[in-house]
Design a protein around this ligand. Structure first.
Ligand SMILES: Nc1ncnc2c1ncn2[C@@H]1O[C@H](COP(=O)(O)OP(=O)(O)OP(=O)(O)O)[C@@H](O)[C@H]1O
Ligand SMILES: [Mg+2]
Length: 331
Protein backbone atom coordinates (compact mmCIF):
# COMPACT_ATOMS: atom_id res chain seq x y z
CA UNK A 1 0.00 0.00 0.00
CA UNK A 2 1.42 3.44 -0.88
CA UNK A 3 2.27 5.81 1.95
CA UNK A 4 0.16 8.52 0.39
CA UNK A 5 -2.55 7.97 -2.17
CA UNK A 6 -4.29 10.95 -3.73
CA UNK A 7 -7.42 10.29 -5.74
CA UNK A 8 -9.34 12.82 -7.84
CA UNK A 9 -8.22 15.76 -5.77
CA UNK A 10 -9.89 19.00 -6.87
CA UNK A 11 -9.63 22.51 -5.47
CA UNK A 12 -12.14 25.23 -6.26
CA UNK A 13 -11.84 28.83 -5.13
CA UNK A 14 -14.91 31.01 -5.05
CA UNK A 15 -14.41 34.68 -5.82
CA UNK A 16 -16.35 37.74 -4.84
CA UNK A 17 -16.48 38.67 -8.51
CA UNK A 18 -16.36 36.33 -11.44
CA UNK A 19 -16.69 32.60 -11.87
CA UNK A 20 -15.04 30.22 -9.41
CA UNK A 21 -11.46 29.13 -10.11
CA UNK A 22 -10.89 25.41 -10.59
CA UNK A 23 -7.27 25.52 -9.50
CA UNK A 24 -6.80 21.74 -9.30
CA UNK A 25 -8.90 19.30 -11.29
CA UNK A 26 -9.07 15.62 -10.44
CA UNK A 27 -5.43 15.05 -9.75
CA UNK A 28 -4.40 11.54 -8.67
CA UNK A 29 -1.03 10.16 -7.66
CA UNK A 30 0.52 7.81 -5.18
CA UNK A 31 3.74 8.02 -3.26
CA UNK A 32 5.38 4.84 -2.03
CA UNK A 33 7.65 4.92 1.01
CA UNK A 34 11.10 6.14 0.09
CA UNK A 35 10.12 7.36 -3.40
CA UNK A 36 10.46 10.82 -4.89
CA UNK A 37 7.75 12.51 -6.95
CA UNK A 38 8.20 15.71 -8.94
CA UNK A 39 5.25 17.99 -9.70
CA UNK A 40 6.17 20.24 -12.61
CA UNK A 41 4.43 23.03 -14.48
CA UNK A 42 4.47 26.74 -15.15
CA UNK A 43 3.24 29.35 -12.73
CA UNK A 44 -0.45 29.02 -11.86
CA UNK A 45 -0.77 25.37 -12.91
CA UNK A 46 -2.02 24.29 -9.48
CA UNK A 47 1.13 22.69 -8.02
CA UNK A 48 1.11 24.51 -4.70
CA UNK A 49 -2.64 24.29 -4.18
CA UNK A 50 -2.45 20.53 -4.69
CA UNK A 51 -0.17 20.13 -1.68
CA UNK A 52 -1.80 22.90 0.35
CA UNK A 53 -5.08 21.03 -0.03
CA UNK A 54 -3.47 17.80 1.21
CA UNK A 55 -2.30 19.51 4.36
CA UNK A 56 -5.51 21.42 5.03
CA UNK A 57 -3.80 24.75 4.32
CA UNK A 58 -6.09 26.21 1.64
CA UNK A 59 -7.19 29.83 1.87
CA UNK A 60 -10.67 30.39 3.30
CA UNK A 61 -12.32 30.68 -0.11
CA UNK A 62 -10.94 27.31 -1.23
CA UNK A 63 -12.77 24.00 -1.11
CA UNK A 64 -11.24 20.60 -1.68
CA UNK A 65 -12.83 17.38 -2.89
CA UNK A 66 -11.52 13.88 -3.58
CA UNK A 67 -9.45 11.78 -1.20
CA UNK A 68 -5.89 11.79 0.12
CA UNK A 69 -5.13 8.68 2.10
CA UNK A 70 -2.07 8.70 4.34
CA UNK A 71 -1.50 5.37 6.10
CA UNK A 72 -5.12 4.42 5.59
CA UNK A 73 -6.62 7.68 6.85
CA UNK A 74 -8.18 10.37 4.67
CA UNK A 75 -6.35 13.64 5.35
CA UNK A 76 -9.15 15.63 3.73
CA UNK A 77 -11.80 14.63 6.25
CA UNK A 78 -9.62 14.44 9.34
CA UNK A 79 -10.24 16.81 12.23
CA UNK A 80 -7.81 19.65 12.86
CA UNK A 81 -6.16 18.05 15.90
CA UNK A 82 -5.44 14.80 14.07
CA UNK A 83 -4.18 16.67 11.03
CA UNK A 84 -1.90 18.78 13.21
CA UNK A 85 -0.29 15.67 14.59
CA UNK A 86 0.56 14.50 11.09
CA UNK A 87 1.42 17.88 9.61
CA UNK A 88 4.81 19.09 10.71
CA UNK A 89 5.52 15.74 12.31
CA UNK A 90 4.99 12.80 9.92
CA UNK A 91 4.76 15.05 6.86
CA UNK A 92 7.21 17.96 6.77
CA UNK A 93 6.91 20.92 4.45
CA UNK A 94 9.41 23.39 3.04
CA UNK A 95 8.02 26.50 1.41
CA UNK A 96 9.36 28.59 -1.44
CA UNK A 97 10.37 31.59 0.61
CA UNK A 98 11.96 30.71 3.96
CA UNK A 99 11.33 34.20 5.32
CA UNK A 100 7.59 33.63 5.25
CA UNK A 101 7.87 30.58 7.49
CA UNK A 102 10.66 31.64 9.81
CA UNK A 103 9.85 34.09 12.57
CA UNK A 104 12.26 37.03 12.10
CA UNK A 105 12.12 37.94 15.80
CA UNK A 106 13.19 34.59 17.22
CA UNK A 107 16.58 32.91 17.10
CA UNK A 108 16.88 29.69 15.15
CA UNK A 109 17.36 27.87 18.45
CA UNK A 110 14.02 29.10 19.81
CA UNK A 111 12.19 28.17 16.62
CA UNK A 112 13.70 24.71 16.46
CA UNK A 113 13.56 23.74 20.11
CA UNK A 114 9.97 24.88 20.60
CA UNK A 115 8.81 22.34 18.04
CA UNK A 116 10.71 19.53 19.74
CA UNK A 117 9.59 20.51 23.22
CA UNK A 118 6.00 20.63 22.04
CA UNK A 119 5.78 17.58 19.74
CA UNK A 120 8.43 15.39 21.33
CA UNK A 121 8.28 16.53 24.94
CA UNK A 122 12.05 16.96 25.03
CA UNK A 123 13.84 19.03 27.64
CA UNK A 124 15.36 22.30 26.51
CA UNK A 125 18.88 20.84 26.55
CA UNK A 126 17.97 17.70 24.70
CA UNK A 127 16.07 19.75 22.14
CA UNK A 128 19.03 22.06 21.63
CA UNK A 129 21.39 19.14 21.08
CA UNK A 130 18.99 17.59 18.61
CA UNK A 131 18.54 20.90 16.78
CA UNK A 132 22.30 21.33 16.41
CA UNK A 133 22.65 17.79 15.07
CA UNK A 134 19.93 18.48 12.53
CA UNK A 135 21.61 21.71 11.41
CA UNK A 136 24.78 19.68 10.96
CA UNK A 137 22.86 17.16 8.85
CA UNK A 138 21.97 19.93 6.42
CA UNK A 139 25.63 21.06 6.42
CA UNK A 140 25.37 24.30 8.30
CA UNK A 141 28.93 24.97 9.36
CA UNK A 142 29.55 25.91 12.98
CA UNK A 143 25.99 24.96 13.89
CA UNK A 144 26.50 25.20 17.67
CA UNK A 145 27.26 28.91 17.32
CA UNK A 146 24.92 29.74 14.45
CA UNK A 147 21.92 28.28 16.19
CA UNK A 148 21.86 31.45 18.30
CA UNK A 149 21.46 33.67 15.25
CA UNK A 150 18.33 35.28 13.81
CA UNK A 151 17.00 34.34 10.35
CA UNK A 152 18.19 37.56 8.66
CA UNK A 153 21.77 36.79 9.68
CA UNK A 154 21.81 33.81 7.31
CA UNK A 155 22.35 33.95 3.53
CA UNK A 156 19.48 32.80 1.30
CA UNK A 157 20.98 29.36 0.79
CA UNK A 158 21.71 28.89 4.49
CA UNK A 159 18.20 30.03 5.39
CA UNK A 160 16.78 27.41 3.05
CA UNK A 161 18.96 24.83 4.82
CA UNK A 162 17.59 25.99 8.16
CA UNK A 163 14.07 25.50 6.76
CA UNK A 164 14.93 21.99 5.66
CA UNK A 165 16.45 21.29 9.08
CA UNK A 166 13.24 22.47 10.76
CA UNK A 167 11.18 20.20 8.54
CA UNK A 168 13.50 17.30 9.41
CA UNK A 169 13.45 17.71 13.18
CA UNK A 170 10.67 15.22 13.62
CA UNK A 171 12.14 12.80 11.05
CA UNK A 172 9.08 12.93 8.78
CA UNK A 173 8.23 10.05 6.46
CA UNK A 174 7.30 12.50 3.73
CA UNK A 175 8.95 15.80 2.95
CA UNK A 176 7.07 18.19 0.68
CA UNK A 177 9.32 20.83 -0.86
CA UNK A 178 7.56 23.60 -2.76
CA UNK A 179 10.09 25.28 -5.07
CA UNK A 180 12.82 25.04 -2.43
CA UNK A 181 15.44 26.48 -4.76
CA UNK A 182 13.80 29.16 -6.91
CA UNK A 183 15.15 32.11 -4.95
CA UNK A 184 18.70 30.72 -4.91
CA UNK A 185 21.60 30.94 -7.33
CA UNK A 186 22.47 27.93 -9.45
CA UNK A 187 25.32 26.55 -7.34
CA UNK A 188 23.30 26.76 -4.13
CA UNK A 189 20.31 25.22 -5.94
CA UNK A 190 22.43 22.23 -6.86
CA UNK A 191 23.61 21.86 -3.24
CA UNK A 192 20.07 21.89 -1.90
CA UNK A 193 18.96 19.26 -4.42
CA UNK A 194 21.97 17.15 -3.49
CA UNK A 195 20.96 17.47 0.15
CA UNK A 196 17.42 16.29 -0.60
CA UNK A 197 18.84 13.39 -2.57
CA UNK A 198 20.99 12.34 0.39
CA UNK A 199 18.02 12.52 2.75
CA UNK A 200 16.07 10.31 0.43
CA UNK A 201 18.87 7.79 0.01
CA UNK A 202 20.19 7.69 3.52
CA UNK A 203 17.04 8.06 5.59
CA UNK A 204 14.51 6.83 3.06
CA UNK A 205 12.46 10.02 3.38
CA UNK A 206 9.83 10.12 0.62
CA UNK A 207 9.86 13.47 -1.16
CA UNK A 208 7.34 15.47 -3.17
CA UNK A 209 9.22 18.19 -5.00
CA UNK A 210 7.41 21.04 -6.71
CA UNK A 211 9.33 22.90 -9.38
CA UNK A 212 9.19 24.75 -12.71
CA UNK A 213 12.43 23.15 -13.71
CA UNK A 214 12.73 19.79 -15.46
CA UNK A 215 16.45 19.84 -14.70
CA UNK A 216 15.74 19.71 -10.97
CA UNK A 217 13.33 16.82 -11.54
CA UNK A 218 15.98 14.92 -13.48
CA UNK A 219 18.38 15.26 -10.57
CA UNK A 220 16.06 13.90 -7.91
CA UNK A 221 12.76 12.33 -8.89
CA UNK A 222 11.65 8.75 -9.52
CA UNK A 223 8.24 9.80 -10.84
CA UNK A 224 6.90 12.94 -12.46
CA UNK A 225 3.51 14.57 -12.78
CA UNK A 226 3.26 17.42 -15.29
CA UNK A 227 0.47 19.90 -14.60
CA UNK A 228 -1.06 22.50 -16.86
CA UNK A 229 -3.93 24.83 -15.92
CA UNK A 230 -4.98 22.72 -12.95
CA UNK A 231 -4.84 19.37 -14.71
CA UNK A 232 -2.38 16.55 -15.03
CA UNK A 233 -1.31 16.39 -18.66
CA UNK A 234 1.35 13.68 -18.37
CA UNK A 235 2.39 11.32 -15.59
CA UNK A 236 5.16 8.72 -15.77
CA UNK A 237 8.40 7.56 -14.24
CA UNK A 238 11.17 10.12 -14.74
CA UNK A 239 13.07 7.63 -16.91
CA UNK A 240 10.07 7.28 -19.25
CA UNK A 241 9.25 10.95 -19.27
CA UNK A 242 12.76 12.00 -20.23
CA UNK A 243 13.29 9.21 -22.76
CA UNK A 244 9.86 9.29 -24.38
CA UNK A 245 7.80 12.38 -23.53
CA UNK A 246 4.49 12.31 -25.37
CA UNK A 247 2.62 15.49 -24.44
CA UNK A 248 3.55 18.59 -26.45
CA UNK A 249 3.64 20.59 -23.21
CA UNK A 250 6.13 18.17 -21.61
CA UNK A 251 8.27 18.39 -24.75
CA UNK A 252 8.10 22.18 -24.51
CA UNK A 253 9.32 22.09 -20.91
CA UNK A 254 12.13 19.72 -21.83
CA UNK A 255 13.21 21.93 -24.74
CA UNK A 256 13.46 24.85 -22.35
CA UNK A 257 16.09 22.95 -20.38
CA UNK A 258 19.73 24.01 -20.80
CA UNK A 259 21.72 21.20 -22.42
CA UNK A 260 24.45 19.63 -20.38
CA UNK A 261 26.83 18.89 -23.23
CA UNK A 262 28.96 21.68 -24.66
CA UNK A 263 28.80 20.44 -28.22
CA UNK A 264 25.04 20.81 -28.35
CA UNK A 265 24.42 24.36 -29.45
CA UNK A 266 20.74 24.14 -30.31
CA UNK A 267 19.10 27.29 -28.97
CA UNK A 268 16.94 27.08 -25.86
CA UNK A 269 13.29 27.17 -26.75
CA UNK A 270 10.74 28.58 -24.41
CA UNK A 271 7.10 27.72 -25.01
CA UNK A 272 5.54 30.73 -26.76
CA UNK A 273 2.57 32.38 -25.09
CA UNK A 274 1.33 32.14 -21.52
CA UNK A 275 -0.82 29.70 -19.57
CA UNK A 276 -4.52 30.63 -19.58
CA UNK A 277 -6.01 32.67 -16.78
CA UNK A 278 -8.65 30.74 -14.82
CA UNK A 279 -11.62 32.27 -16.70
CA UNK A 280 -10.00 31.75 -20.11
CA UNK A 281 -10.10 27.97 -20.37
CA UNK A 282 -12.60 26.87 -22.97
CA UNK A 283 -14.12 23.46 -23.56
CA UNK A 284 -11.13 22.08 -25.43
CA UNK A 285 -7.61 21.22 -24.32
CA UNK A 286 -6.27 24.01 -22.09
CA UNK A 287 -2.92 23.86 -23.91
CA UNK A 288 -4.46 24.04 -27.42
CA UNK A 289 -3.88 27.80 -27.96
CA UNK A 290 -0.11 27.29 -27.48
CA UNK A 291 0.24 23.90 -29.11
CA UNK A 292 1.98 23.46 -32.46
CA UNK A 293 0.10 20.22 -33.08
CA UNK A 294 -3.35 21.53 -32.22
CA UNK A 295 -6.26 20.23 -34.34
CA UNK A 296 -9.98 21.09 -34.44
CA UNK A 297 -10.68 18.23 -32.10
CA UNK A 298 -8.24 19.70 -29.55
CA UNK A 299 -10.12 23.01 -29.58
CA UNK A 300 -13.49 21.31 -29.24
CA UNK A 301 -13.11 18.63 -26.63
CA UNK A 302 -10.86 18.21 -23.63
CA UNK A 303 -8.69 15.10 -23.77
CA UNK A 304 -8.99 12.73 -20.81
CA UNK A 305 -6.00 11.36 -18.94
CA UNK A 306 -5.51 7.87 -20.39
CA UNK A 307 -2.84 5.22 -20.74
CA UNK A 308 0.19 6.36 -22.73
CA UNK A 309 1.97 3.97 -25.09
CA UNK A 310 5.31 5.25 -23.76
CA UNK A 311 5.38 2.71 -20.91
CA UNK A 312 3.15 0.59 -18.70
CA UNK A 313 1.52 2.82 -16.09
CA UNK A 314 2.30 6.05 -17.95
CA UNK A 315 -0.58 8.46 -18.53
CA UNK A 316 -1.18 11.49 -20.71
CA UNK A 317 -4.05 13.73 -21.72
CA UNK A 318 -3.68 14.55 -25.39
CA UNK A 319 -5.61 13.97 -28.62
CA UNK A 320 -2.41 14.20 -30.64
CA UNK A 321 0.43 12.82 -28.56
CA UNK A 322 3.76 13.62 -30.10
CA UNK A 323 4.96 10.07 -30.64
CA UNK A 324 2.04 9.49 -32.96
CA UNK A 325 2.69 12.75 -34.77
CA UNK A 326 6.35 11.86 -35.21
CA UNK A 327 5.42 8.47 -36.60
CA UNK A 328 3.26 10.22 -39.19
CA UNK A 329 6.07 12.62 -40.08
CA UNK A 330 8.55 9.80 -40.54
CA UNK A 331 6.45 8.05 -43.18
N1 LIG B 1 -7.23 32.14 -2.57
C1 LIG B 1 -7.34 32.05 -3.90
N2 LIG B 1 -8.43 32.53 -4.55
C2 LIG B 1 -8.57 32.43 -5.88
N3 LIG B 1 -7.67 31.83 -6.68
C3 LIG B 1 -6.57 31.32 -6.10
C4 LIG B 1 -6.34 31.40 -4.68
N4 LIG B 1 -5.15 30.80 -4.40
C5 LIG B 1 -4.66 30.36 -5.59
N5 LIG B 1 -5.50 30.65 -6.61
C6 LIG B 1 -5.33 30.32 -8.03
O1 LIG B 1 -5.13 28.93 -8.15
C7 LIG B 1 -4.32 28.66 -9.30
C8 LIG B 1 -3.24 27.68 -8.94
O2 LIG B 1 -2.34 28.30 -8.03
P1 LIG B 1 -1.03 27.58 -7.47
O3 LIG B 1 -0.54 28.46 -6.38
O4 LIG B 1 -1.31 26.18 -7.13
O5 LIG B 1 -0.04 27.65 -8.71
P2 LIG B 1 1.43 27.08 -8.82
O6 LIG B 1 1.43 26.03 -9.86
O7 LIG B 1 1.94 26.73 -7.49
O8 LIG B 1 2.22 28.36 -9.39
P3 LIG B 1 3.66 28.95 -9.00
O9 LIG B 1 4.63 28.16 -9.80
O10 LIG B 1 3.59 30.38 -9.46
O11 LIG B 1 3.85 28.83 -7.52
C9 LIG B 1 -3.83 30.01 -9.81
O12 LIG B 1 -4.60 30.38 -10.91
C10 LIG B 1 -4.08 30.92 -8.64
O13 LIG B 1 -4.32 32.24 -9.07
MG1 LIG C 1 3.40 27.51 -6.24
Amino acid sequence: MPLLEVKDLSVRFTRREGAPVDAVQRVSFSLEAGRTLGIVGESGSGKSQTVMALLGLLAGNGKVSGAATYRGENLLTMNEAALNRIRGDRIGMIFQDPMTSLNPFLTIERQMTETLQLHRKMSRREARRRAIETLETVRIPDAARRINMYPHEFSGGMRQRVMIAMALLSEPEILIADEPTTALDVTVQAQIIELLRELNRERGTAIILITHDMGVVAGLCDDVMVMYAGQTVEQASAATLFAAPTHPYTIGLLNALPRLTDDDDRPLQTIPGNPPLPGEIGQGCAFAPRCTYCSDRCRESRPALTASPAAAGALRACHRPVQEIMEVQHV
